[in-house]
Design a protein around this ligand. Structure first.
Ligand code: FES
Length: 87
């Protein structure tokens, strides 16, 4: 598991191995808009301020993925212990 930290509030939310980032956020009342939930449409695109995402989507280009400044939280995870999100 890993944690996501919300830059606006400083809240930290743990993402269990069997949960998505969007489902972990929704369980805490933080709703990120989603559509496909499979990393295809880009609807859930979220800015990453710190940390290294584990990109699992098919939406971002390899260059965009390697910049590590955005990710698709419906399917992607984290290589870092904590990801700071622009939420
Ligand atoms: Fe479609 Fe996340 S909801 S990419």
């Amino acid at each position: 598991s890993f944690e996501v930290k919300l830059a606006s509030s400083g809240r930290t939310i743990r993402v269990a191995a069997d949960a998505t980032v969007t489902s972990a956020l929704a369980a805490e009342g933080i709703l990120v808009p989603t559509s496909c939930e499979q990393g295809v449409c880009g609807t859930c695109l979220t800015r990453v301020l710190e940390g290294e995402p584990d990109h699992r989507d098919m939406y971002l280009t390899p260059q965009e993925q390697s910049a590590n400044d955005q990710f698709l939280p419906c399917c992607s995870r984290s290589k870092s212990a904590c990801l700071v999100l622009d939420l």
